[in-house]
Design a protein around this ligand. Structure first.
Ligand code: NAP
Length: 307
């Protein structure tokens, strides 16, 4: 069997187009853009995303640039704040307080990781939960865990959208999530439960991981260990979503990106698989746009948009 490749570029582009379409694209005019036009006409509201970058980590700079470009391309306002790596925690907190009160900002994202001199938990907790488009504030994490409406982290949201491009319903499917971080694994488990999947969560202390995977219809790898998931772990026909991204030195002196899944091996067994790059990574920023739009509507007491 040769697995179908789930092309995150195409799905993410389509999703971005849907978000942009809320404002500009003809495709969603009938369902969503009419609503946005009404919001703009009646309230003069343009969803706005503020991204805060502390320091000059090259990978983070690339992510922030990409977020800026895609936010603007979707017709939203984009605000970038770049602070030095040695910024005082109180200055960062003061900026977040300002953004919390800025009516033009509906989403606030602090690019992680932060320098060690800053306490990440304190910073995340300072973000207004209504503007927490990364879905990491304990209010949102708790609401998601309780099955209530919440802003959910973008990467897990992207994983669900990718999975649903293969399976219209996840009800009753056996899923395994490898990794239990607050950023990916835990919220992904909650989103899968909301879809009525039966979920196993695995981590570094789990035993017999290969056997646990072999029972799963849906396999999510969010570990950060290149090619850890092997072909003989996978049930034939399963859907495999590879969240992992590790930069490895290539033979030509350049670096290459590797996922957590041994792609060639697993492709021969799985029914569907996401590549790295070009899979989940493509979905994360697209889902950030969705969250910003949702946050803007919620903040202004408007109905949830059609994305
Ligand atoms: P993380 O916070 O380091 O969490 C890694 C998780 O993997 C932990 O729960 C850890 O278990 C588990 N783990 C470690 N070794 C394991 C093993 N041998 N067997 C089973 N589980 C093991 O990482 P993260 O932030 O969730 O990110 C995971 C990966 O996804 C990274 O490669 C990251 O770069 C990538 N990522 C990609 C995107 C994207 O947009 N595509 C977004 C976010 C993250 P313990 O809890 O027991 O330590």
């Amino acid at each position: 069997m040769t697995a179908r490749i789930i092309d995150g570029k195409i799905i993410a582009a389509e999703l971005r187009a849907r978000v942009a379409g809320i404002i500009i694209a003809a495709e969603l005019r009938a369902r969503v853009a009419g609503e946005v036009a009404r919001v703009v006409r009646e309230h003069g509201i343009t969803p706005g995303l503020a991204v805060v970058l502390v320091g000059s980590d090259p990978a983070s700079e690339i992510y922030v640039r990409s977020k800026h470009k895609q936010t603007q391309a979707a017709g939203m306002a984009s605000f970038e704040h770049v602070l030095p790596a040695d910024v005082a925690q109180n200055d960062l907190l003061a900026l977040i307080a300002k953004l919390n009160h800025d009516p033009a900002v509906h989403g606030i994202l602090v690019q992680l990781p932060l320098p060690k001199s800053v306490d990440t938990e304190t910073i995340i907790n300072a973000i207004d939960p209504a503007k927490d488009v990364d879905g990491l504030h304990p209010n949102n994490a708790g609401r998601l865990a309780g099955g209530f409406a919440a802003l959910s982290p973008c990467t897990p949201l992207g994983c669900i959208i990718l999975t649903k491009s293969v399976h219209a319903s996840l009800q009753g499917m056996n899923a395994i999530v490898i990794g239990r971080s607050n950023l990916v694994g835990r919220p992904l488990v909650q989103l899968l439960l909301n879809e009525n999947a039966t979920v196993t969560i695995a981590h570094s202390r789990s035993r017999e991981l290969a056997q646990l995977c072999a029972r799963a219809d849906l396999v999510y790898a969010a570990v950060g260990k290149p090619e850890m998931v092997r072909g003989d772990w996978i049930k034939p026909g399963a859907t495999v979503i590879d969240v992992g991204i590790t930069r490895l030195p290539g033979a030509d002196g350049k670096t290459r990106l590797a996922g957590d899944v041994a792609f060639q091996e697993v492709s021969n067994v799985a029914g569907a698989i996401t590549p790295v790059p070009g899979g989940v990574g493509q979905m994360t920023v697209a889902c950030l746009l969705v969250n910003t739009l949702r946050a803007a509507c919620a903040i202004h007491g408007l109905a949830k948009p059609g994305v």
